[in-house]
Design a protein around this ligand. Structure first.
Ligand code: TXA
Ligand code: MG
Length: 321
């Protein structure tokens, strides 16, 4: 199969909608990472996502809604949780937040991987929004990488991952957040944080109690310990100076700066100003760039702090595992 990449615009949107209507998968930008989208209500189309990504079928997909009115059609919100769900949707949608809720019968089993719940979000990305509006149906879309690999933050990354496996990619430029959406479940009148992301626990705490689930108890099947894996081995260190191996065969993923005298084969800085949002935006692209050098090792410095820093550390730990 030949993979076509179209620059975002009316013609590209129309091509994406046509492909999705005919049951095809399309690589599309969101504000977090690029997604591999298919009509969420068409199981035959959704299967193609699993095939292209080589994703295990036990791993459920996030459903992107055209608008909030679709929430009621796909999710069964218990009366006791309604107020909190509405509040969270009102505060963070459209945006980088995914909610896990009990699902209705309209959600195909394959999308939910047999779970009784569905993960839903409303994206703020204009390209995805335009496609959803024109299509008038929700889209199932996981990150557009092969299973276990680094999430794509640019159209070229999607091509690197899925060239020849999907018919179409829409290039909407680099994504703004750079890491995947925050995932929460609203249960027992509180917010359970299932995956850290651009919306922080602190932001969520304004609305209710937040239960921060540790790695082990995370139920999202995709939250496997090894994920975001570059081809080169990734090791996590507190500071570059703590690395004891051969620097001539290692690339450094530095937090704020490359210390003078450090002779790594290559080095990239996540954020010279120590800006966590900038660091998140640069994270996956930098990992990909260092990986492309085919060095023996990528040495990543720990990013200190809470909120986005924890979301970044979560990705780095999984990449190192
Ligand atoms: O930012 C994002 O969320 C991106 C963009 C494309 O929307 N999507 C994304 O999808 O990261 P994916 O498939 O790479 O990660 C979705 C995660 C997986 O860990 C999956 O197991 C979890 O969400 N998930 C999906 N449905 C779930 C459910 N019903 N209950 C618990 N976890 C669920
Ligand atoms: Mg993913």
């Amino acid at each position: 199969m030949k993979t076509v990449v179209l620059l975002a615009g009316p013609a590209a949107i129309a091509a994406a909608v046509e492909a999705l209507r005919s049951g095809e998968v399309v690589g599309l930008p969101t504000e977090t990472v690029y997604g591999l989208a298919a009509d969420a209500l068409n199981p035959d189309a959704v299967i193609k996502i699993f095939e292209a990504k080589e994703r295990p079928a036990f791993n459920p997909l996030i459903v992107h809604l055209p608008d909030r009115s679709w929430l009621e059609r796909l999710a069964l919100i218990p009366t006791s949780e309604r107020e909190l769900v509405e509040t969270i949707a009102g505060a963070f949608w459209p945006g980088p937040l995914t909610m896990v809720l009990p699902r209705t019968e309209e959600v195909p089993d394959i999308v939910a991987a047999g779970l009784a719940t569905v993960a839903v979000r409303v994206s703020a990305h204009p390209v995805l929004r335009d496609v959803l509006q024109a299509l008038g149906r929700p889209l199932a879309a996981p990150s557009a990488n092969r299973f276990g690999r680094i999430s794509p933050t640019a159209a070229a990354h999607v091509r690197d991952e899925l060239d020849g496996r999907i018919p179409l990619i829409i290039d909407g430029g680099a994504t703004s957040h750079g890491i995947e959406s925050t995932i929460v479940a609203v249960r027992n009148s509180r917010i359970e944080l299932l995956r850290r992301g651009p919306v922080t626990a602190e932001q969520l705490r304004e609305f209710d109690e937040v239960l921060e689930l540790g790695h082990r108890s995370i139920e999202a099947p995709g939250q496997l310990p090894s994920h975001y894996a570059p081809r080169s081995r990734l090791v996590l260190v507190d500071e570059a100076s703590a690395f004891r191996g051969d620097r001539s065969r290692a690339g450094l993923l530095a937090w704020r700066s490359v210390p003078a005298g450090e002779k790594f084969a290559a080095a990239l800085v996540l954020s010279a100003n120590g800006d966590l949002r900038e660091a998140a935006t640069n994270l996956f692209r930098s990992m990909r760039e260092l990986d492309a050098l085919q060095l023996e090792m990528i040495v990543a410095e720990a990013v200190p702090g809470e909120g986005i820093a924890e979301a970044i550390m979560d990705r780095l730990r999984r990449a190192a595992s």
